[in-house]
Design a protein around this ligand. Structure first.
Ligand SMILES: *Cc1c(COP(=O)(O)O)cnc(C)c1O
Length: 315
């Protein structure tokens, strides 16, 4: 992957370090090409494909960022991509994917409905699926973030990771626990529609209703036939914490006002967890993974100006 991926820095945060009484570093993964870490997994998966598979083209279902990463990586590999998304995916993410020349299909009103179209595509058009999270190549790709964290902060004590369907957490936790078994890895997700949290509590993958959230990149199910991410998150995450929409707003605002960084909701959830004091007895140094920046200008402006978002209807 090395030639295709930006190594991102871990930057010391003066304000958050003071707040926590421990060293806090921001892993700037929102500066990754395509605006999120998803390019790591997508690139690793697409690099494994044969010439024949690349000719057939790839397909995926996505909440947006994985779709953009697959569209980009497929184009770079001389292949083509079809991206299935629900109508909950924000317009700014859809238009970026179209600009990369991918074939965009908007299906249904949840990630799980979009994923069902994917199955049809693969059967009828012969495309190769690049799964957003539940795949060893994807998890390994996202795991390179963990390698970079240990390189930059060798004595890391806690890693805070945004948690959706668990590819990012599974990859980072595998890398961190492999090299620093005593470091804590905590998954962070939104209060409503947290599929992995509900599944961990049930002891097996369960389906939850998808809600609109400021952390749209964390929405969607983990799949009732989940193969890898459920077990890895169950075995490797020390904790999973839930954040309210209001707390996520506060994270986005803090990142902009105090760190000069534009973050989408999912990307800001780690900062939000420290501000909301959701992490019990913080063990430093802390590394917060800032996972993405793909928020629409208008939504970002409204959050910065102090609006809070209680989702339920369309924006
Ligand atoms: C996909 C995504 C996540 C969550 O990753 P999972 O592998 O689904 O857990 C977090 N942040 C951003 C910005 C994302 O795009």
């Amino acid at each position: 992957m090395r030639d295709h991926i930006a190594v991102t820095s871990s930057v010391y945060s003066i304000g958050l370090s003071e707040l926590c009484g421990a060293e806090v570093f921001l892993k700037m993964e929102h500066h990754q090409t395509t605006g999120s870490f998803k390019l790591r997994g997508a690139t690793n998966a697409i690099l494994q494909l044969t010439e024949e598979e690349l000719r057939r083209g790839v397909a995926t279902a996505s909440t947006g960022n994985h779709g953009r990463a697959v569209a980009y990586a497929a184009k770079a590999a001389g292949s083509s991509a079809t991206i299935c998304m629900s109508k909950l995916v924000p317009e700014n993410k859809i238009s970026e994917i179209r600009q990369l020349g991918a074939d965009v299909r908007i299906i249904g009103s949840s990630y799980d409905e979009a994923e069902s179209e994917l199955v049809r595509l693969v059967t009828e058009e012969g495309r190769v699926i690049v799964h957003p999270s539940d795949d060893a190549n994807i998890i390994a790709g996202q795991g390179t973030i963990g390698l970079e964290i240990v390189e930059a902060v060798p004595n890391v004590g806690t890693v805070l990771v945004p948690l959706g369907s668990g590819g990012l957490s599974a990859g980072i936790a595998s890398a961190i626990k492999g090299m620093r078994p005593h470091a804590r890895v905590v998954g962070l997700t939104m209060e409503r529609g947290a599929a992995m949290k509900a599944s961990l509590e049930a002891g097996h993958p369960v389906q939850v209703k998808e809600h609109q959230s400021l952390a749209d990149a964390l929405c969607g199910g983990i799949g009732l036939d989940n193969k890898l991410t459920f077990a890895l998150c169950r075995d490797l995450l020390d904790d999973v914490m839930l954040l309210s929409e209001k707390e996520i707003c506060t994270g986005i605002r803090y990142a902009y006002k105090h760190e000069n960084e534009v973050l989408e909701g999912a990307g800001a959830i780690g900062i939000a967890s420290l501000l909301a004091r959701k992490i019990p007895s913080v063990r430093g140094p802390v590394v917060i993974v800032l996972s993405g920046r793909n928020i629409s200008l208008d939504l970002h402006r409204r959050v910065i100006e102090g609006e809070h978002f209680a989702f339920g209807g369309p924006w």
